[in-house]
Design a protein around this ligand. Sequence first.
Ligand SMILES: Cc1cc2nc3c(=O)[nH]c(=O)nc-3n(C[C@H](O)[C@H](O)[C@H](O)COP(=O)(O)OP(=O)(O)OC[C@H]3O[C@@H](n4cnc5c(N)ncnc54)[C@H](O)[C@@H]3O)c2cc1C
Length: 325
Amino acid sequence: MPTIHFEGNDFFCAEDESILECMTRHGVMIPSSCQSGACQTCMIRAIEGTPTPESQQGLKDTMKAQNYFLACVCKPTEDMTIGLSVISPRQTVKLLSRDVLNESVIRLRLEEPEDFSYKAGQFINLVRPYDELTRSYSLASIPGDGFLELQVKRVADGQMSNWLFDGLTVGEEIQFFGPAGDCFYIPGAAEQPLLLVGTGTGLAPLYGILRHVLAEGHTGPVHLFHASLAAAGLYLEEELRRLAEQHEQLRYIPCVLHGDVPEGGQQGHIADLPASMLGSLSGYRAFLCGDPPIVNALRQKCFMGGVAMQDIHADPFVFSPTQEN
Ligand SMILES: Cc1cc2nc3c(=O)[nH]c(=O)nc-3n(C[C@H](O)[C@H](O)[C@H](O)COP(=O)(O)OP(=O)(O)OC[C@H]3O[C@@H](n4cnc5c(N)ncnc54)[C@H](O)[C@@H]3O)c2cc1C
């Protein structure tokens, strides 16, 4: 059984146990959230020993080279010495405003720290100050907005989302670290058709990406599908319709599974709608965000429809499997 050395103590890793599970079982708290290798909250560093390849998937080459890895998906095959070095320092910012976008989604605007650099579509990890609860939220703002915007859905019994709705007050401070994630637009190939598909608050990163794409002068067609079970779950419709009027290459398609179909919208399963409306997706660049099973289904449909694997950028909003941080 591999032994994990940490701050002068030895911890024995059980069979099929991740380093995060091992440390948690021994009472050592490593901040974590999604526990499936998506949010990067539990990134730590191997001082000795080699991290498994899957625990470095999605990390920047510079991070890999420094032996950073994700503790939640690292099932060690050899003894390792680890360190909890902080990669991206925590920032403390004030909540500037909170607005209601629909009955279950709010928009939060946070102060943007000086020298904070991010790409539209990336996410940050919010830390609740009094208990270190950590959750990921996508940035809906773009650099230059002068604030960081988040769009948050209230999850039944959700610890962080309910606190963001009802607990955190305007003017109060909150911490975050990041940014992380590689679901963003890289300028170039301005004529390439773009497909943006989001469910629920999966619109948040897409809203940022869309504004970045338009600001960069992208000339190819841009199809934005925003899906919800019913029309009440959609938001920013007016704003998106206005953008579509101002930019002839942009098409905004609100989608519902059942109930009244919004003007210019579609009814049906969102995993099927893009290909059934657009036909072949060959040559497209796709950005897919939101509910994990739907994002995974869309990823497959896009690939089958002709989108090259390297042109599929996805951010499944994987949620924390436990009630704890
Ligand atoms: C990369 C990334 C980006 C994200 N971006 C956003 C964003 O922009 N906006 C946003 O609102 N959320 C986003 N999320 C999800 C967010 O991180 C939290 O998981 C979510 O807010 C729930 O946290 P909570 O503490 O309120 O709920 P928890 O206390 O973690 O969960 C409470 C209960 O609800 C279940 N649960 C949690 N989430 C869901 C869900 N979506 N569907 C069904 N059951 C659920 C849990 O399993 C648990 O039983 C993102 C996640 C990732 C990984």
